[in-house]
Design a protein around this ligand. Structure first.
Ligand code: PLP
Length: 383
């Protein structure tokens, strides 16, 4: 740990930074030139060719047939759940270890979050616990998964690929299929990550990405819906453009819609950024190797590697304590903070947030452990 800290301090000083952030975007002169070009063209908002161009590039990169960009990843989850038919009174499973956007998006759809546990190695949904839980607590009726206790439909599950490491997606999909549950993959952090050679976000019914300023590729703020179903893609595009029908001059909207389309200005930045995505991923793999050497057989912690048969994008480098300990975790966080190096714990498990405590959950023992074990450390490409 001392060697790692020393290296980060050296970098902070060499880069003449007051503090070392967790993750900074890598904005090049070329990115700036592209943005200026769009500003000068006047096509800064929802009309412009770069939106479609960016979607085509993401489609090629992820191998997802259809890509619909959105103002952010949260909006993509909101609409993604709608596409899966999530309605008032439905239940949606989601891991307690995940970003709050997923729980919010369920509630935006008037549905109810229902928390499931995560596995201890890479913090995705735990397929074994999920299988046991569904077996005990649900039954199938009319091709729908019914919660024995509430008699409500469990319509979908949200899976998170945490910090760019693919979850155990094949196993989870198999279980979801058996129980007639639709799958939304939250790949917000995982552009470029692959599970058995296939880009994440393509295994479930719907996938989503985020291009927030802290992600591996940024559009400032932005997101995308990935899907391989033409009908759903068409519906998504309609919903995110205020449900407006095509017409030369009339404003006809045939349903409640959402003003969720990515702006052309943001898309232009995305096009410029994504040209370097493979370079970014390569750098992140190098950072992992460098940091791993610097940690050097610590008795207390290790640096998280990618799962077997996966290629992670290593978006955020992650220290894992060998034994869960809030005391040790906070001690390390304090050391980093004192040196003006930003580090952070994993999200507070969602079932502990005051507005979410009332919702259903399975035993979340692993989530409670994970909370006490994780420290994310600076991971920008320049490290
Ligand atoms: C796992 C996860 N899901 C969803 C989101 C939401 O994305 P956005 O911030 O673009 O709305 C984020 C990122 O912030 C995230 O990390």
């Amino acid at each position: 740990m001392q060697k790692l800290l020393k290296y980060l301090l050296y970098k902070k000083s060499a880069l003449k930074k007051n503090f070392l952030p967790l993750h900074e975007p890598d904005i090049s002169k070329l990115d700036q030139k592209e943005i200026t070009k769009i500003i000068n063209s006047g096509f800064v908002s929802s009309v412009g060719k770069d939106i479609q161009r960016f979607e085509n590039i993401i489609s090629k990169f992820t191998n997802s047939k259809f890509v619909i960009t959105t103002i952010n990843g949260t909006a993509a989850i909101h609409i993604g759940l709608k596409l899966l038919g999530v309605k008032k009174g439905d239940e949606v499973l989601l891991p307690s270890i995940g970003f709050v956007a997923a729980a919010n998006a369920i509630i935006y759809n008037n549905a109810e979050p229902h928390f499931v546990d995560s596995e201890l190695n890479h913090f995705g949904v735990d397929p074994d616990k999920l299988k046991e839980y569904l077996k005990k607590n649900t039954y199938i009726s009319n091709n729908k998964c019914i919660n024995k206790k509430t008699k409500k439909i469990i319509k979908a599950i949200i899976i998170v690929h945490v910090f760019g490491h693919p979850a155990k997606i094949s196993e989870i999909i198999k279980i979801a299929k058996k129980y007639k549950i639709k799958v939304l993959e939250d790949a917000a952090e995982s552009l470029g990550s692959k599970y058995k050679g296939k880009h994440v976000g393509n295994f479930g019914d719907i996938g989503i990405l985020s291009f927030n300023g802290n992600k591996i590729v940024t559009t400032g703020s932005g997101g995308a819906i990935l899907c391989n179903n033409r009908y759903l893609a068409k519906k998504a595009r309609h919903l995110v453009t205020t449900s407006k029908l095509k017409h030369k001059w009339e404003f006809i909207h045939d349903d409640v819609g959402y003003n969720y389309r990515l702006a052309n200005l943001n898309a232009a930045l995305g096009i410029s950024q994504i040209k370097r995505v493979n370079k970014f991923i390569k750098k992140k793999h190098e950072i992992y190797k460098r940091f791993n050497k610097l940690i050097d057989n610590s008795k207390d912690l290790f640096l998280l590697n990618q799962p077997k048969s996966c290629r992670s994008n290593f978006w955020l480098q992650t220290l894992v304590l060998k034994k869960p300990s809030v005391h040790l975790r906070n001690k390390i966080l304090t050391i980093f903070y004192k040196k003006k190096i930003l580090a952070r714990p994993i999200w507070k498990p969602l079932h502990k947030l005051s507005f979410l405590t009332k919702y259903q959950k399975m035993s979340l023992k692993n989530a409670e452990q994970i909370e006490k074990k994780i420290i994310n450390i600076p991971s920008s490409c320049y490290l």
